[in-house]
Design a protein around this ligand. Structure first.
Ligand SMILES: Nc1nc2c(c(=O)[nH]1)N[C@H]1C(S)=C(S)[C@@H](COP(=O)(O)O)O[C@H]1N2
Ligand SMILES: [Mo]
Length: 344
């Protein structure tokens, strides 16, 4: 009936829209009802048997049926110290243009391949040079510390960028709970290793040549900087699988590959840990990876970036890249005396 016709016709929506469901703000939800009404389907819809009604609502992404990965609304407060006077990247772009090589190397692979990703149960261990090792389970991730929202720019080393409202807590606040020993100098992070769930870990080709598990690292001073953030959500809801559910790092002054996803271990060390992209191509990706418009990637310029979701239909807007991605005031002092050209 009408529903299936609409599905094939003008009202067809991209796959991601079907997933915004449980979390849709009331206004938008009501708006969809208004659309149904405006289409003259309201009265018809209301009188149809349940199954057909479900089909109608499905059009607008209100069915939970074929959605194995569920995001949920989070309780949080806004942290007004971390706002950005720029347009937010639409949620539809944030959750459909991703790098998550464990699920494939093209930008839409993570969305396509991560929907069956099972993140509950989960374990995140914080250990190494700490007074009190901590193991967080799935519920602890959103319960151990008060959640706040921060709007950060994200600048990928591939010269595209987004502006994203993250929900989570500072990395430093979690490290303080564990108690960092005075001998510590660095923090190592590790993504889940589960080739059964992550097809990119099974095949060298699909996984982009990375040796899994994906690992990253920060100096202790970087980790304790107020900007270093552990995100458990974005746009007010728990993280979609493709964005690094159930918990991922966000270090906004560094290239995106430092912001490791789906973390299972945070280890406090007394030496610099190996990092995945540096191991794969050391002449292209350094340990620091601070956003720096003056130091080009060997194969492309880093002077400007493509802001995803802005600009015309066929071209995204290009804007100048800022030193430390615009977070110079907060972090430049961490690198005083360091040659940023050599320590890229
Ligand atoms: N485990 C893991 N973490 C990862 C990646 C990855 O492939 N695997 N890609 C990184 C890169 S290159 C970027 S730009 C960001 C992208 O985050 P987003 O998809 O949420 O925008 O995640 C980073 N974290
Ligand atoms: Mo990236």
């Amino acid at each position: 009936m009408a529903a299936s016709n609409f599905k094939r016709g003008i009202l067809q929506k991209p796959r991601w829209s079907i997933r915004e469901n449980q979390v849709t703000p009331e206004a938008v939800f009501n708006d969809r009802r208004a659309i149904i009404k405006a289409l003259g389907l309201g009265a018809v819809g209301a009188s149809l048997p349940g199954q057909v009604q479900a089909g109608l609502f499905d059009l607008f992404g209100e069915s939970k049926a074929q959605d194995p990965f569920v995001t949920k609304k989070l309780d949080f407060s806004k942290n007004s110290r971390f706002e950005v006077n720029e347009l937010l990247t639409p949620e539809s772009k944030v959750i459909s243009h991703n790098n998550f090589y464990e699920f494939g190397t093209s930008k839409t692979d993570p969305l396509d391949n991560a929907q069956g990703f099972n993140v509950n149960p989960w374990q995140l261990k914080i250990d190494g040079l700490v007074d009190k090792p901590i193991t967080l389970n799935f519920d602890d991730l959103t319960g151990i510390l008060p959640l706040e929202e921060r709007i950060y720019r994200l600048r990928c080393v591939e010269a595209w960028s987004m502006v994203i409202p993250w929900v989570g807590f500072s990395l430093g606040s979690l490290l303080k709970l564990a108690g960092v020993k005075s001998s510590a100098s660095h923090i190592a992070f590790e993504t889940l290793y589960d080739p059964e769930q992550m097809p990119g870990q099974k095949s060298r080709l699909m996984g982009g040549g990375i040796h899994y598990p994906y690992v990253e690292g920060l100096t202790l001073a970087e980790a304790m900087n107020d900007l270093s953030f552990l995100a458990v959500g974005l746009y007010g809801k728990t993280l979609p699988a493709q964005n690094g559910a159930p918990i991922r790092l966000v270090v906004p002054w560094k290239y995106g590959f430092k912001s490791i996803k789906s973390i299972v271990r945070i280890r406090v060390l007394d030496k610099q840990p190996p990092t995945s992209w540096n191991q794969l191509a050391p002449q292209e990706y350094g340990f620091y990876a601070n956003v720096n418009p003056e130091v080009d990637h060997p194969r492309w310029s880093q002077a400007s970036e493509r802001r995803i979701g802005e600009g015309g239909l066929f071209s995204a807007k290009r804007i100048a890249t800022l030193p430390f991605n615009g977070y110079q005031e907060e972090v430049a002092s961490l690198y005083s005396g360091l040659d940023l050209r050599r320590n890229y």
